[in-house]
Design a protein around this ligand. Sequence first.
Ligand code: BGC
Length: 714
Amino acid sequence: MKTPKNLLIVIALFSFILTLDAQNKSLDKDQKMNTFIDDLMGKMTLDEKLGQLNLPSSGDITTGAANSSNIAAKIKEGKVGGLFNIKTVEKIRDVQKIAVEQSRLKIPLIFGMDVIHGYQTVFPIPLGMSCSWDMTLIEKSARIAAQEASADGICWTFSPMVDIARDPRWGRVSEGSGEDPYLGSQIARAMVKGYQGDDLRKNNTIMACVKHFALYGAAEAGRDYNTTDMSRIRMYNEYLPPYKAAIDADAGSIMSSFNEIDGIPATANKWLMTDLLRKEWGFKGFVVTDYTAILEMVDHGLGNLKEVSALALQAGIDMDMVADGFLNTLKESLDNGKVTQQEIDQACRLILEAKYKLGLFDDPYRYCDLNRAKTEIFTPENRQTAREIAAQTFVLLKNDKQTLPIQGKGTIALIGPLADNRENMPGTWSVAGDFAKSVSLLDGLKNAVGNTAKVLYAKGTNVVSAPQLDARISVFGKPTKWDKRSQKEMIAEAVAVARKSDVVIAAVGEAAEMSGESSSRSDINLPENQKELLAALLATGKPVLMVLFTGRPLTIGWEKANVPAILDVWFAGSETGDAIADVLLGKVNPSGKLTATFPQNVGQIPLYYNHKNTGRPLPEGKWFQKFRSNYLDVSNDPLFPFGFGLSYTTFDYKNLKLSDSSLTADGKMTVSVEVISLFRIYTKFASAGDDLKSSPYSQGFIILTNGLVEIMIV
Ligand code: BGC
């Protein structure tokens, strides 16, 4: 039916009036904020302004004794703009009290934290979350994280981390959303929306901080903090879109990265921080450095602390995390004409604006409600959601002869260094998690089978065989639980357990701290001692399935060739064990799809799906051809490509249709395809009369190379 023209005109006029009204309201709000801040800044001394630019780590504050902490004196003198690494309402309230009662201008502090994938209720690591491809779930996880963090006094998170990464040697690949700029942008937007909601002044929303701006994921050789160098074309097309998407979603702050761009560290890079970020993209929030990034520019060779601090301010940095460079040197630089009063004022204004937008001037204790802290954190509902989300992130990499799902009957052997380790389940960057309360795989499996099956456990081997390496991966309260017995003795015990069982689950992979910050690896195989364990288990002739814990793509060619079933579970957060059991026992059909390519070997890196053609491409399906772009010793194929992931059922697809025959640069095209689910799973589990279409087993989607997805279940 056609809408009459007159009606269309009325609708257009009405929406125009609504837009004008919204614009006026927002202008009014800005006007109010500007007047408030003008007035406040009119009263501030230079020192007090510089104090706002200073973000120290909280240090030694203990509950009830904030006043005697090292930082208290500085807060009273107005030398601190915010604090991070401090949690609990009691402590934050005490510290805020010092700022608003004992500093001259009573300016509240902003409290930040690395709330990366959940707060106390921990969700899967971001790389795992991205494999769900589900923006609703991702946003929901950020919403719950914000709800819990804000109930514990936090109003600002150093998340989302949106660095595109194509090098699995880089440990921080675990903290991002993989290799695709389109998906990365969708996730960036969903996370910002989840944290900030529709109103930053609500006491259950927190300000996002997009990081690490920019290109941190392209560190050379996957070595953390290393140099980055790339063309503008690649930057704009492949690495910058997720940062831009987060900013378009109104992220309140952004964090500078450690690396260089065009030979200049990001933290002193005026092109990046001013020309691109402010002038081209119109970013209105504030920029904080990464931890000591200003001081690190001394080692980059850019000058002493005073000189590099001036460079950072001139480039467009507003807040100095930990380096104390802004606080201690900018006054002298101002006297010497190296920085201007306007530059200092602008930075100070942006930080005050952030506090204003969070509602801290109205109520500095907005996030300090003891009752919320008691009732809104780590709730059964949040944990249940975390469990459901976790199960959506697992990627089934192999499933020969329908090894999975298993039946919860008979005797199940659970073997491996990660089977009984609650502390490792949250994975990297889970600072607010209560690690001991996580559900291990052993816990989860026992919960799931109850009395219907017997679960036998053996450790089988350590995570790694060298004690020195083991010490390096057990630093932050996530011990690997080193077993002093010999490898031979542990394997013998595991084999004996396997022999008594009907099926063997091998819980192997990386420990949580083998990925994340400062956890680069040059060898991304499964440690040799774990392979040895797998070989011994396979030799028993029992069906062996591998549950793989990892924070990055691994080179698991041998495992792919030899182990009948592999389920990649990343690090799935506080509810890991229950979520894995849900999938192993067929309660949930695995549907995660890889967002980062698994290479065959380290020599192929960087290997990603959206690479450009060369002038000498290898014909599809071929390996070596002389004078073609390929290797002598390995094919160009990945071990597991981007988008890969099996499920318990079998899909076929046909009738692929494009909505148009050509696509313009800013156009849209829909690809639709009929997906036929063969429901093979039902030969094992379905009962007569089940509604196949509404069953979890009928879920599924096809990922097409241009990233557009349409689902049709028939
Ligand atoms: C990391 C950031 C983090 C910051 C504060 C740095 O070392 O690179 O991602 O937000 O520390 O904890």
